[in-house]
Design a protein around this ligand. Structure first.
Ligand SMILES: NC(=O)c1ccc[n+]([C@@H]2O[C@H](COP(=O)([O-])OP(=O)(O)OC[C@H]3O[C@@H](n4cnc5c(N)ncnc54)[C@H](OP(=O)(O)O)[C@@H]3O)[C@@H](O)[C@H]2O)c1
Length: 330
């Protein structure tokens, strides 16, 4: 089966709640954990017990409502309950990120898995972030890049004491990278404030390639430090992320959308399956928890430096994200 159909009609998940390892004492962050795929992942971690899970998103009220609902509908492990906490952060506004990370760092001395799941899709053409970046690129790449960078020292510290390959950064991509991203995966010129393309599917696809580039580049920069950095397409799921789509569009995609819980299996596998190791750094996972059977050759070339025979586009994108976020890293 080709990569397109294999992601649209995936085989059953092999890694689920049933084989999730013990999580005792571990600390997790799920960005966008109050809704959609992220919420389903938080439910799985909560039910397993013994860990602390931070939900990171924009509204303390929406996070509190999700936690209250989860506690009243899902059983946690009675002897080793999961603690649920919040991080209020807006990835569309780079000025909110360092404060959010500081608050987290005051509370925790370890971080085992960061699921960079929060994201925006179907933003109207012309939408921008607080700093004037295209909305998908700003929300899905620049904000999470700064968030990850500020959490990196704690992740690396945790990797020194935690079991091998258990400390991870999991980025979230989409099948749209296979179908819609431009040659090479993204066009740097599209990302500059004021030079945005007015095609929401293309700009979303570029941001989701960006998520892959950032996972790959983080892996290259931390090789040997024990951190696993991978990216995954959770699958096509029925969530509020599709709300902005027209009624006709909704009718067309409905037959291909699965319950959000299935997407959480892809993220659970990437974050916790023991078969995923540092050797897999930079790889691309697909639904419901396996490696992409045939990643796009042009994007694989972007992941390689010119010395390695590639184009070095992913490294250029990483440097661009570094430059744009540097003023907000203090
Ligand atoms: N659904 C799909 O079919 C599909 C397919 C492929 C990939 N994905 C990816 O999967 C991820 C999750 O999507 P979903 O479908 O679960 O979407 P969703 O139901 O719309 O949930 C998005 C989550 O992200 C948070 N979020 C959005 N903008 C944010 C911001 N500026 N700052 C902080 N948090 C923000 C939201 O919380 P608040 O709004 O409360 O802040 C919410 O918790 C996204 O990265 C998406 O691109 C989804």
């Amino acid at each position: 089966m080709g990569a397109f159909w294999s992601q649209l009609l995936p085989p059953r998940p092999a890694f689920t709640e049933a084989n999730t390892p013990a999580l005792d004492g571990r600390v997790f962050i799920v960005t966008g954990g109050n809704a959609g795929i992220g919420l389903e992942l938080v439910k799985m971690l909560y039910a397993r017990g013994g860990c602390t899970v931070y939900i990171a998103s924009r509204s303390s009220t929406r996070i509190a409502a999700a936690i209250a609902d989860l506690k009243s509908t899902v059983d946690t492990n009675k002897t080793r309950p999961t603690e649920l906490k919040s991080i209020v952060v807006d990835f569309e506004d780079l000025t909110t990120i360092s404060k959010a990370v500081s608050e987290f760092l005051k509370q925790e001395s370890r971080l085992d898995v960061l699921w960079n799941n929060a994201g925006r899709m179907q933003a109207p053409p012309g939408s921008t972030t607080a700093q004037g970046y295209e909305a998908h690129m700003g929300t899905n790449c620049l904000g999470p890049h700064l968030f990850t960078k500020l959490l990196l020292p704690l992740l690396l510290k945790t990797a020194k004491i935690a079991p091998s390959s258990s400390v991870r950064v999991i980025n979230t991509s989409s099948q749209i990278v296979d179908t819609t991203a431009p040659p090479g995966g993204l066009v740097m010129a599209h990302q500059e404030p004021g030079k945005h393309i007015l095609d929401k599917n293309l700009s979303y696809a570029e941001s989701k390639t960006g998520n892959w580039f950032l996972a790959s580049e983080l892996d290259k920069r931390t090789r040997g430090d024990g951190l696993v950095c991978v990216v995954q397409n959770p699958g096509n799921l029925a969530t509020k992320g599709w709300d902005p789509v027209s009624l006709l569009g909704k009718l067309m995609i409905a037959p291909f959308l699965y319950d959000a819980k299935m997407g959480a299996y892809t993220e659970l596998w990437a974050g916790l399956c023991e078969e995923v190791t540092t050797q897999d750094g930079g790889k691309y996972g697909v639904p419901w928890g396996r490696w992409h059977p045939s990643p796009r050759k042009d994007i694989l070339e972007s992941l390689q430096s010119e010395e390695e025979g590639g184009t070095g586009l992913a490294a250029a994108f990483w440097l661009w994200c570094e430059e744009q976020t540097a003023p907000y890293a203090l």
